[in-house]
Design a protein around this ligand. Structure first.
Ligand code: GLP
Length: 244
């Protein structure tokens, strides 16, 4: 695991965008695994700015998002479909037909998850997977539990995640209680992984991800076993980690 310490959120976002644009420049047909949450928004903004200048070209890229709330339509402003369009896809030259997010509007969880696993496998899994991290160490919506998950599956969100994500809704009651998420095994199939984290409220999770035991109670800790994982985090998120 490579850890890159940045001075602040903007520095984190620029460095992460640099890594992603290098991937796309080196392989224009890259398969990218993408994440939602507030953390990667700055990275997406930076990539959109470079795309507008002609420095990076997404026309041949395909993307696979980690997760989606169950029960929200693609047009719902709280859906991750909507998030990805408004924060990224609408601002770059990607072909929308090449973008994929689990289908939260499909109430048949088994079919929705099976279909998503199939298309991610057919794409050959991401060349680069971008990840944020939840305060409890979740990745995608893989919550702490007794074992690491494998493929795409439905999850019941924990109280702590519902609370943390409620800041993006009008009230906590509106946060969906379930989601479809890529499994931990699928995430580990990516050829490279890039985790972004900022802020003091992530410091415990970042410490456990990088230095704790590899334990499904902190799903992100499995990334220690990945052969090409980079963490780009600001001083506050790394405040509990040793400086060297
Ligand atoms: C959600 C997403 C995760 C994300 C996490 C942290 O639960 N499913 O993919 O990493 O939130 O979000 P934020 O970056 O807003 O702290």
């Amino acid at each position: 695991m490579r850890i890159i310490r940045t001075v602040d959120y903007q520095d984190m976002s620029r460095k992460a965008a640099n890594v992603i644009s290098a991937q796309v420049i080196l392989k224009p047909t890259s398969v990218l695994g993408l994440a939602t949450g507030t953390t990667p928004i700055g990275t997406y903004k930076q990539l959109a700015a470079w795309c507008a200048k002609g420095d990076v070209d997404f026309s041949q890229v395909s993307t696979y998002n980690l997760d989606e709330y169950r029960g929200l339509s693609h047009e719902d402003v709280q859906s991750y479909h909507y998030f990805m369009r408004t924060n990224f896809f609408d601002h770059i030259n990607i072909n929308l037909a090449n973008t994929h997010v689990p289908d939260g509007s499909n109430p048949d969880a088994e079919a929705a998850c099976r279909d998503y696993d199939r298309i991610v496998a057919e794409a050959g899994y991401p060349d680069l997977q971008l990840l944020g991290i939840g305060r409890n160490g979740h990745i995608g919506f893989n919550e702490p539990g007794p074992y690491f998950s494998k493929g795409t599956h439905m999850v019941n969100l924990t109280e702590s995640t519902i609370k943390a994500n409620s800041r993006l809704f009008d009230s906590e009651d509106q946060v969906p209680r379930q989601a479809y998420t890529m499994g931990v095994q699928t995430i580990m199939y990516a050829r490279s992984i890039l985790v972004v984290a900022n802020g003091e409220e992530k410091a415990d999770a970042v410490y456990r991800m990088c230095y704790g035991p590899v334990d499904p109670q902190c799903p992100a800790s499995i990334l220690q076993l990945h052969t090409n994982c980079t963490v780009i985090a600001d001083e506050a998120a790394l405040s509990k980690c040793p400086r060297d």
